[in-house]
Design a protein around this ligand. Structure first.
Ligand SMILES: [Zn+2]
Length: 257
C-alpha cells in the first residue's frame, strides 16, 4: 500500500508572465511551493524540500539581492518541510530517500535538515550546481544544496525501490538535470509530480513555456512527454506551482491517495 501526501513548503509571489511567458507582464501572482511524501513499504521518500525557513525572515540574506528583486516569499510560519512532516508524525531521520527535482532554492532549501537520508539527484543537475558558471544562466545557491549530505547521482530514468512503483523521470530543460516522479499507487492509478517541468495546467494545456528555463527546446520535449503521460496513460498530473490545483488538493495530514 503506497500513500502520497502533499506538504506545503512555502509560497512565492512573482510576475505571472515569468511562469506563463505569453502573458502581459505586470500581474503579481502568489504560487504555492509543494513537497510530496511517498509512504512506501520499504521506506519514506520525500520529493523536494521547499523553501528554507530563513528566506521568510531574512530574504536578502538567504536569497540574495537579485532573487529578491524578482520574487517575494509569502510563506507563513510553519510552511516549512520539518513542521509539515511533523503533521504526519515524522521526523527528518524517518526519511530514507530525498529526491530533488532540481536545485532551485524553492526545491532544495530544506536539504540541510536531512543528514541521514540518501539524496537522489540527476547527474547533470548536481554537476552544473557544483561548477558555477559551467552552465550559463544556472547558478543554484550553495546555501541550499552544498551541505555534507549523501548525494547519489542518477542518469535518466530510475526505479527507486526496484518494484516499479516509484520512478524518477528525466525531464530536463527547466534546468540541466530536472526530474519528475511517477508513482503507481495501485488499482491502475498513477500520479506524476511534474515539479517545474510544468508549473501549471495552463502551461501544459496551451503548450506555453515559462521565462525561467535553461534550454527551451529540451524543456518543450519534456513537457510533451509529460502531456503524453497525462493524456494517454491517464496519469494525474501534479503541477509544480499551480494555485488553482493546490487550492483543491488534499494536504497533509490528509493523503492525496
Ligand atoms: Zn519551483
Amino acid at each position: 500500500m503506497i500513500r502520497v501526501y502533499a506538504l506545503c513548503t512555502g509560497y512565492i509571489e512573482l510576475d505571472r508572465a515569468t511562469m506563463v511567458s505569453d502573458l502581459t507582464p505586470g500581474q503579481p501572482w502568489t504560487v504555492p511551493v509543494a513537497s510530496f511524501l511517498v509512504d512506501h513499504p520499504s521506506g519514506m521518500l520525500l520529493f523536494d524540500t521547499g523553501v528554507h525557513c530563513q528566506a521568510r525572515l531574512d530574504p536578502v540574506g538567504r536569497l540574495g539581492p537579485e532573487r529578491v528583486k524578482r520574487l517575494t516569499v509569502k510563506s507563513r510560519e510553519g510552511d516549512d518541510v520539518v513542521p509539515e512532516l511533523a503533521r504526519l508524525g515524522l521526523r527528518p531521520d524517518d526519511i530514507r530517500y530525498v529526491v530533488n527535482s532540481h536545485l532551485h532554492f524553492d526545491h532544495c532549501g530544506g536539504n540541510e535538515f536531512f543528514p541521514r537520508s540518501t539524496f537522489l539527484v540527476q547527474r547533470p543537475e548536481l554537476e552544473a550546481a557544483r561548477r558555477p558558471g559551467f552552465v550559463p544562466s544556472y547558478s543554484p545557491s550553495p546555501l541550499d544544496f552544498d551541505h555534507p549530505l549523501d548525494y547519489q547521482t542518477i542518469d535518466g530514468e530510475h526505479d527507486v525501490f526496484g518494484d516499479g512503483t516509484v520512478i524518477l523521470l528525466p525531464t530536463y530543460g527547466h534546468t540541466p538535470g530536472h526530474q519528475s516522479m511517477l508513482v503507481r499507487t495501485g488499482k491502475g492509478s498513477q500520479l506524476v509530480c511534474a515539479s517545474d517541468a510544468c508549473y501549471t495546467r495552463e502551461n501544459m494545456d496551451r503548450d506555453v513555456l515559462p521565462n525561467i528555463l535553461w534550454n527551451a527546446s529540451v524543456m518543450r520535449d519534456s513537457l510533451a512527454a509529460l502531456r503524453k503521460l497525462r493524456d494517454q496513460a491517464g496519469a494525474t498530473m501534479l503541477y509544480g506551482h499551480d494555485p488553482e490545483q493546490w487550492a483543491a488538493m488534499a494536504r497533509a495530514p490528509a493523503a492525496i491517495v
